[in-house]
Ligand binder design. Sequence first.
Ligand SMILES: Nc1ncnc2c1ncn2[C@@H]1O[C@H](COP(=O)(O)OP(=O)(O)OP(=O)(O)O)[C@@H](O)[C@H]1O
Ligand SMILES: [Mg+2]
Length: 371
Amino acid sequence: MCPASRVMNLKKIKKHLVHWFAGQSPNIVGIDIGTGQVKAAELSLHSGHPILKAAGLIDLPEHVVEDGYVFEREALADSIRRLLATSGISSRDVVVAVAGRAVFVREIIFPVMTKEELKAAVRWDMEKYVPYEPDSYYYDFAVIGPGKDEAELKVLLVAAPHELVNTLADALAAAGCKLLAIDIEPLAVFRTLHDVKNTMVIDIGTTISQISVFQDESPAVTRLIPIGGRKFTEVIMQTTGLEYPEAERLKQQTGMLKYRDLKGELSMAHQRLQLLASELGREVERTVEYYQAQNRETVLDRIYLTGGGSKLDNLPEYLAAQLGDIQVLRHNPLSVLTPAASLDREYLHGLAPQLAVAIGLALHGGMDVNY
Ligand SMILES: Nc1ncnc2c1ncn2[C@@H]1O[C@H](COP(=O)(O)OP(=O)(O)OP(=O)(O)O)[C@@H](O)[C@H]1O
Ligand SMILES: [Mg+2]
């Protein structure tokens, strides 16, 4: 592992991967370590096309991972081991993402210069951009394209604290995995999208919703909103008195955001769920407005929802009604690959919105993906 004073081994491939550790392997496993659940997807390449060999998820006990930090290494390693075994994932060559508020992602404009000059310029300017103690974080960068004109370079800079990266790497080693690369979640999701330009993605997780706006193949805006699936479940607990598992089951039924005129205790739950969805919608609206104010010539016309929280029935329709002219769709990351014949289609489609990060991470793995 290298300190912040060294630029890590960056290699530019399709869709601008960011990786601190690089390697190649025929079967790659993307592991998405969330706060509530760990998701994994194993991919292989056949004639340049990705095949999904196996996938699955496992619940994570509370406080094992919080805000991207691993607090209980053994518990996480145990969950990963069990997930890989029960999902029938055979490879142990993995790609993971760093996530949470401590991960720094930003586009920075530099004057045009050579690669070596850029390396030196980024190193020189790091303290200006990254709000951490020098030598306490890893960083990496990629040239994304020209800036406003040919005299400028647009550079994506990513940094994460040593502690966050090291504890993650330790847990994976304890689970028997070989870490090929570390990425960030927005870029992983991006690899699972088709033909995107000026597109917003909202990854609705357990505790956080992560908004990314993609412009010319890189995240122009990333924002974390402290509303995730757990808040929706808690609303049901508060309004019905149900315990967490029952409230979670109820939330996963159809129509939870639809009904307006129900009587009795469920009516209150529906209303409060709608209020929470509207709060999320308002935060999204603010991000759209911010983006449009910065980029007057481009129009955001599509929002993809992903993450487990996006499975809330009717959520895309609910947000679309609030946002007006923007199309809101639930993202299906399976559309960029072919699932192996042995996989249960129904199970897989139920899981799909939650698999975008894991699939995108596996697509990373140094492979020349053709889609
Ligand atoms: N069918 C469903 N309907 C509604 N919500 C669901 C459904 N299935 C899963 N969820 C919710 O999805 C959330 C988990 O999603 P996900 O796995 O994307 O989060 P995570 O990655 O663990 O969290 P984070 O990204 O915040 O760290 C949980 O809050 C769960 O309640
Ligand atoms: Mg997540």
